[in-house]
Design a protein. Structure first.
Length: 243
């Protein structure tokens, strides 16, 4: 089972950052629909017999690459990022996330494409107003687009499913026929209940899946302040899963 805390700390972070004002929208999908999008070596992870796809917009802040002190321009200028992701197991059973698409408001993040991460530059926004948080964006060129408004509520004690959907400590990418694993560390999420007041998006069909059916499961977090992304490495089949 997925843990709300990482099994081990990332000792040599390639990147440090903060993730702020993060919304989590989750929908169940038929596992075979999601499996068809995954590379060889990854198996769709399931909860209650379903695969899950999540839309997770947030602000990236205080970005610090390996070996570089905080840069004033980066630290003072958070930028939006929005992930469309699903949940997978690698050989050996290791839990992780697979990104169907990543919209980002800063061109510097496009360097991660070299490891197969599906970054797309866009015009994105995150705005807090009258007790709500509004997220919106469009990929350069006009499509796909998204707009959503969430109203955060009280802090919650997350359920087993909410932990399963939010607490993932590895990300997988695929490049040149090789699976890569990137370790992730941050403090446990402090989650709030949230109401989805508006949603329009074309990210899901652009990623090759149908638009979500039914209401989303929605939570919100003010964020995590000490995110550490480790150095990616080629995946070795058969490793034990410590989480």
């Amino acid at each position: 089972m997925v843990s709300s805390e990482p099994a081990q700390r990332v000792r040599v972070p390639l990147l440090r950052a903060q993730w702020r004002q993060q919304a989590f929208l989750h929908w169940p999908y038929p596992p075979e629909d999601i499996q068809a999008l995954l590379p060889n070596g990854l198996v769709v992870d399931q909860y209650d017999g379903a695969a899950w796809v999540s839309l997770t917009p947030f602000l990236m802040a205080d970005l610090r690459p390996l070996g570089i002190s905080p840069l004033p321009a980066l630290a003072a200028s958070p930028f939006p990022e929005t992930n469309l992701r699903t949940y997978v197991r690698a050989p050996g059973g290791r839990h992780g996330v697979w990104f169907l698409s990543i919209e980002v408001g800063s061109a510097m993040m496009l360097a991660a494409r070299t490891m197969g991460a599906p970054y797309h530059l866009g015009d994105l926004s995150v705005l807090a107003y009258d007790g709500t948080v509004s997220y919106g964006g469009s990929r350069r060129g006009g499509e796909p687009t998204y707009h959503l408004i969430v109203r955060p509520g009280a802090t919650i004690d997350p359920s087993e499913r909410e932990v399963w959907l939010t607490s993932r400590w590895r990300a997988y990418t695929h490049r040149l026929g090789v699976l890569w694993e990137t370790p992730i560390w941050h403090e446990p999420w402090s989650l709030h209940e949230a109401t989805l007041e508006d949603l329009h998006e074309t990210l899901t069909p652009a990623a090759g899946i149908s638009a979500p059916a039914g209401d989303a499961s929605v939570t919100f977090s003010e964020g995590v302040r000490n995110v550490r992304l480790g150095i990616s490495r080629p995946l070795r089949p058969g490793e034990a899963d410590p989480a």
